[in-house]
Design a protein around this ligand. Structure first.
Ligand SMILES: [Fe+2]
Length: 236
């Protein structure tokens, strides 16, 4: 016999009816919460997409000044993300590395035109000093964009080297974040294999030989191995 039936004592019936009403309200609230969560999920995805578009616009602003940068940032971003995946980093970390790849050279946006003219000769000292500032300039330009998270530091450190001879801060191996080491390997590989007006790009094998030779000094050995694996898998 249901607790709300006519022949139940009145107190029992009232309690049962109140409980029933409560259950209906709880279910309605649960439904509203689920809808809200779904709306939040969609909003989050829209923000993520807008973020990526905004980041790409920043990178395009640099590409408009420097032809070489255009394809370079996209390739470095894609390759760095693949290396990060190969090293078993989680999806969120891979995305931060991808973002850092798109923006790693944004600090070059303040370069004088002379620095975008590839003349194939050694740059004079005052220009070299400017070149070496670009990771820091980039980090300063982007510092208020909270969504970049650790990407900001990867950008700041993408020219640091395990042997401490990198720039701008001459950091040592253990101080350099893994994301920056991954970027450095992808950046180095792409720079070596890209054709320049004054010299053709190196082959994949030539570039890998140089990366292996300078593994432990200029580049992180684990990142070099992972890049090697990514490229080997791609050529199968
Ligand atoms: Fe750079």
């Amino acid at each position: 016999m249901p607790l709300t039936a006519e022949d139940q004592p009145e107190t029992v019936r009232r309690i049962a009816e109140a409980m029933g009403m409560m259950m209906v309200k709880v279910e309605a609230r649960e439904y509203r919460l689920e809808k809200l969560i779904e709306e939040l999920r969609q909003l989050n995805e829209t923000i993520r997409q807008n973020t990526i578009h905004m980041v790409s616009s920043l990178a395009n602003a640099l590409a408009a000044r420097d032809q070489y940068t255009e394809g370079h940032t996209a390739r470095v971003s894609e390759l760095a993300a693949a290396v990060a995946g190969q090293m078993g980093l989680d999806a969120e970390e891979v995305e931060f590395i991808r973002l850092a790849g798109i923006l790693h050279d944004i600090g070059k946006i303040g370069f004088p035109d002379a620095l975008f003219q590839d003349h194939g000769q050694k740059n004079p000292d005052h220009l070299v000093r400017q070149i070496k500032k670009h990771p820091q300039t980039g980090a300063e330009i982007l510092k208020d964009l909270d969504f970049l998270g650790p990407s900001l530091e990867y950008i700041h450190c993408h020219h640091e080297r395990p042997d401490g001879k990198g720039y701008p801060r001459g950091m040592h191996d253990e101080e350099i974040p893994l994301g920056a080491k991954i970027l450095a390997v992808a950046d180095g590989y792409d720079a070596m294999t890209t054709d320049r007006p004054y010299q053709p790009g190196k082959s994949k094998d030539e570039a890998l030989t140089i990366l292996r030779k300078m593994s432990g000094t200029k580049w992180d050995p684990k990142c070099v191995t992972a890049l090697d694996q990514v490229l080997t898998d791609r050529s199968k």
